[in-house]
Design a protein around this ligand. Sequence first.
Ligand SMILES: *[C@@H]1O[C@H](CO)[C@@H](O)[C@H](O)[C@H]1NC(C)=O
Ligand SMILES: *[C@@H]1O[C@H](CO)[C@@H](O)[C@H](O)[C@H]1NC(C)=O
Ligand SMILES: *[C@@H]1O[C@H](CO)[C@@H](O)[C@H](O)[C@H]1NC(C)=O
Ligand SMILES: *[C@@H]1O[C@H](CO)[C@@H](O)[C@H](O)[C@H]1NC(C)=O
Ligand SMILES: *[C@@H]1O[C@H](CO)[C@@H](O)[C@H](O)[C@H]1NC(C)=O
Ligand SMILES: *[C@@H]1O[C@H](CO)[C@@H](O)[C@H](O)[C@H]1NC(C)=O
Ligand SMILES: *[C@@H]1O[C@H](CO)[C@@H](O)[C@H](O)[C@H]1NC(C)=O
Length: 426
Amino acid sequence: MANVLRWIPLILFSTSVLASDAMKRGQSDPIFSAYYTGWHAEDYPLSDVSWSKYTHVIYSVASTTPNASVVEVDVPDDTLLKQFVTLAHQNNVKASLSIGGWTASRWYSSNVGSAINRTTFVNTVTTLAKKYDLDGLDFDWEYPGMQGIGCNTVNPKDTANFLSFLQQLRTTTTGSKLIISVPVAAPFADASGSPSTNVSAFGDVLDYITVMNYDTGSNPSFGVGPNSPLDDLCAPVSGQRSSAARLVDAWSAAGMHLDQIVLGVPAYGYGYSVSKKLAFTSGSILAPYPAYNVSNTPPGDKWSGVGGIDVCGISEGPGGEYTYWGLMEEGFLNTDGTTKTGIAYRYDNCSQTPYMYNATSQVYVSFDNAQSFAAKGDFIHSKGLRGFSMWEAGGDYNDTLLDSISVSFRLLQYRLLTPVLQGRQL
Ligand SMILES: *[C@@H]1O[C@H](CO)[C@@H](O)[C@H](O)[C@H]1NC(C)=O
Ligand SMILES: *[C@@H]1O[C@H](CO)[C@@H](O)[C@H](O)[C@H]1NC(C)=O
Ligand SMILES: *[C@@H]1O[C@H](CO)[C@@H](O)[C@H](O)[C@H]1NC(C)=O
Ligand SMILES: *[C@@H]1O[C@H](CO)[C@@H](O)[C@H](O)[C@H]1NC(C)=O
Ligand SMILES: *[C@@H]1O[C@H](CO)[C@@H](O)[C@H](O)[C@H]1NC(C)=O
Ligand SMILES: *[C@@H]1O[C@H](CO)[C@@H](O)[C@H](O)[C@H]1NC(C)=O
Ligand SMILES: *[C@@H]1O[C@H](CO)[C@@H](O)[C@H](O)[C@H]1NC(C)=O
C-alpha cells in the first residue's frame, strides 16, 4: 500500500488543478510527518520506524544553551541522530532536527536577543545542519514572548527578534535550502503579549508551522475534555481556547497560508481520576467534562513522566500520559483498537475525540484513535492544510493512527482531484 500511496500526490500536484500560490512558491508537496524522540530509542529503535509512510521525520531534541555558540546534542543523540538521518535519506524521507521543546527552550530569547547573538546563533544552527547532513531545522520555541516551563528567558521583543533571526538564517547558503518549521500554539505573542495579528513575514521565511493540537482540553475548572479537539464549540466557555479549528483560523486570519499549516496530532492521551458517580450521566453513558481529582493523577503508561524536579527546580507531579500502545498495556484497549470488556467508551462528535473509563481503577481517559485520526485527516484535507505531524512516531501501535490519518487525508485528495485515478487500489 505504501508505494501506491507515495506516488499519488506526485500525480495530483502535477496537474493544473492545484496551480495555487503554494505551487508558485514550490511548497505544495503534502507532509506526512512524525517526531522521533531520542530518549525512547531503547523501546522504539530506528529500525521500527515506518519510514516508507512518511515524507518528513523530525528528531527530538537538541537544547538551547546560555551560549548562542552552542546548541547541545547530547550523547547518545549524537550517534542516533546520524543514524536517523542516514536511514531517512535511504528511504527518501526528509530529516529535520528539533531544537527546544518544553524543557529546552530556556535560552531562545537570549540567543536571538541582539544582532550579535543572532549572527552567532545563525552560525551555530547552520553548522549543526551541515554537521548532521540535515534537510531541515524545527525551531520548537515554547514560546516567543511568553513564558513556557517557567524559567525561560523572555523578552517583549522575542517575536520580532525571532523573525529577524529567521530572515538572517535565510540569507545564508545553508539556511536558504533548509526546510524550516516551527511548532506553534496561538500566533506568536507581540510586544504587548497579545497574539500577533500579522504573521505574513513569518510565512515568507518559514516552510511551515505545525499547530500543536494537543495538551489543551482539560482543566480543573471545567473537567476532563479532549486532549486534541478538532472543534471546541461544545466545550464549557472557559474550555473554548485551543482547538484545531480555532488555531488554524487564528493563524490563517493573521496571514499564514493554509498550505503552510501542518496539523500536529497526538499518539497519546491523558488519564484522570474520576469517581464513578461523576463518570456516568446515566447507566453506562459516560458524562462529558466530568470533574477530576487533581491530587490523584493516574500513573499513565511506562513512558509517562513520573514527576520530580524539573529544569527550573520546581517539583512536578506525574504526567498521567498514555501512548496509544500504552492503552493496550494498561488494560483499556484490545490490539485492534476496540475497548476491552468492562471499559466504558464515548466518542464525542463535537471535538471528534474518544473517551474511556475503567470503573475499577476509576481512570477516565481522553485520547485519540483511528476514528479521531480519520476525522483529523478529513479536516486537513477540507481546510487545505499541508499535512500532519504526529507526536510521536513511537506512540502508535501497528501504525493504526498513522494509516488512518494518511488514508483519510490522501483518499479525499484522490477522490476529489483525480477522477481518472479512481478505481485504482489505495
Ligand atoms: C561559548 O561557546 C564557545 C564555543 O564552544 C566558546 O568558545 C566560548 O568561550 C563560549 N562562551 C562563553 C562565554 O562561555
Ligand atoms: C546575548 O547572549 C549573551 C550570552 O552569550 C547573553 O548574556 C545576553 O543577554 C544576550 N543578549 C540579549 C540581548 O539577550
Ligand atoms: C502584514 O505585514 C506585511 C509586512 O510584513 C505587509 O506587507 C502587509 O501589508 C501586512 N498586512 C496587513 C493586513 O496589514
Ligand atoms: C483525591 O486524591 C487524594 C490523593 O489520592 C485523596 O486523598 C482524596 O481523598 C481524593 N479526593 C476525592 C474527592 O476523592
Ligand atoms: C456521531 O457521528 C457518528 C458518525 O457520523 C454517528 O453514527 C452517530 O450517530 C453520531 N452520534 C451523535 C450522538 O450524534
Ligand atoms: C481496570 O483497572 C483494574 C485495576 O487497575 C485492572 O485490574 C483492569 O485490568 C483494568 N481493565 C479492565 C478492563 O477492567
Ligand atoms: C496490524 O494491522 C494489520 C492490519 O493493518 C493486521 O492485519 C495485523 O493483525 C495487525 N497486527 C497486530 C500485531 O495487531
